[in-house]
Design a protein around this ligand. Structure first.
Ligand SMILES: Nc1ncnc2c1ncn2[C@@H]1O[C@H](COP(=O)(O)OP(=O)(O)O)[C@@H](O)[C@H]1O
Ligand SMILES: [Mg+2]
Length: 378
């Protein structure tokens, strides 16, 4: 039993039998993308499982013969990095087998791509143009590639993860404007936009002054149903040869605020402790112990983090860690010495934007339950 693999994993996207719930939204998206051109923006707080869900979805679609390309914009922090990664990925996935590279140069007139041969023998490109020279024209050629490369009658799906970050690549909404005008002619390509700075992402698609206004169906990825999470925890433990009763599993899910990432993390720790002790049944105090352990392990990270907040922001975080609230009314503000509501509002706005506070069903709380524990422990 000691050599049994831990059935929880919080470091990788959940796949296969490690993936639970989401069946409704997954089915819905799958049929939308199978039946034709459609663009979707999937937004929601960090760690709710957006990237995992879309990885499952693109697997489904690939099995149906629809090639999918996924780009994580967070890892491409400049326009030249974006352009070369996008070109490589789109070319490798979508170009027909006999495609002549010469034609790529015709498609990308402003960029003059040069062929390179990687150590693994795979062809790649490099571009002469450096960041400063890359403007709207080059970007629009690159973004048009999927449409140009796809053979007649074939369709593809392109996923942009952490899409809100494209705002950083070119000044003044330029990226959004160019992209919108290019992709609206792409009847054979569907786009999925994901992002964790979800307020920002949502605004990109619902603010009528923004280029992407109403250009995609907006879907919120919420927390999973509580019962599904509890059932998942019980079944993972069972896979690992350990029994957990319903009330312990419910306690675990509650400590994780029913957020998939934290369920995996606490599940991992409870499983580890239990199996290290050679037990086959999760003990009564195991969840609390695991939770406290993990909060302690993350201390260093939280000490770094807390230095980045203003005093007013820190006060608000400490208050919310102790007492969640729907309203920051006078009594609440008095009780926690938060000062006038204008101060609270501006701290709150910033903390929500950066994902440190989440308002779930209108109840404001610290987004990371371990950070909340850290803030409560003096
Ligand atoms: N449906 C799911 N089933 C099981 N675990 C999940 C699920 N969705 C997310 N997770 C867990 O949460 C972690 C974070 O999910 P991720 O997809 O990266 O979230 P997001 O992209 O919304 O920030 C994953 O690595 C995985 O451990
Ligand atoms: Mg993600």
């Amino acid at each position: 039993m000691a050599d049994m693999q831990n059935p929880f994993n919080y470091l990788q996207f959940a796949r296969g039998d490690r993936f639970y719930d989401r069946s409704e939204v997954r089915k819905d998206l799958r049929s939308r993308f199978l039946s034709g051109q459609t663009n979707v923006v999937l937004y929601g707080p960090r760690r709710y499982g957006k990237s995992s869900l879309v990885a499952e979805l693109t697997d489904d679609l690939e099995k149906e013969g629809i090639p999918c390309v996924t780009i994580d914009v967070l890892k491409l922090p400049s326009i030249s990095l974006f352009i070369s990664a996008y070109t490589q990925k789109v070319y490798r996935k979508l170009a027909p087998i006999k495609f002549e590279l010469r034609r790529l140069c015709e498609f990308l007139k402003s960029l003059r791509p040069k062929l390179t041969l990687g150590a693994n023998g795979e062809t790649g490109f490099s571009f002469d143009a450096v960041g400063a020279e890359i403007g709207s024209e080059a970007l629009s050629e690159v973004l048009d590639l999927p449409h140009r490369l796809l053979p007649k009658g074939k369709r593809a799906v392109i996923v942009f993860d952490e899409f809100q970050e494209v705002g950083e690549l070119l000044p003044n909404d330029q990226f959004e404007r160019v992209m919108r005008s290019v992709i609206q002619n792409h009847d054979n390509v569907s786009y999925i936009f994901l992002g964790s700075r979800h307020h920002m992402l949502r605004r990109m698609f619902t603010d009528h002054n923004r280029p992407f206004y109403k250009s995609a169906l907006t879907v919120l990825l919420d927390k999973p149903p509580l019962e599904d999470s509890i059932r998942f925890v019980i079944s993972r433990f069972k896979c690992g040869g350990i029994t957990i009763d319903n009330s312990c599993a419910a306690q675990l899910v509650a400590r994780a605020d029913n957020i998939p990432y934290f369920i995996q993390q606490i599940g991992f720790e409870v499983y580890r402790q239990t199996s290290d002790r050679g037990k086959r049944m999760v003990g009564e105090k195991a969840v609390v112990e695991a939770f406290e352990n993990l909060a302690g392990l993350n201390r260093d990270q939280y000490e770094q983090l807390i230095l980045t907040f203003s005093t007013a922001q820190r006060k608000l975080l400490v208050a919310l860690a102790k007492e969640r609230t729907h309203e920051f009314d006078e009594l609440y503000r008095k009780r926690h010495e938060l000062g006038p509501s204008s101060t609270v509002n501006s701290s709150k706005r910033k903390l929500i934007e950066d994902g440190h506070i989440e308002a779930y069903e209108g109840l404001n709380a610290v987004a990371d339950p371990f950070f909340a524990e850290y803030l409560r422990t003096v």
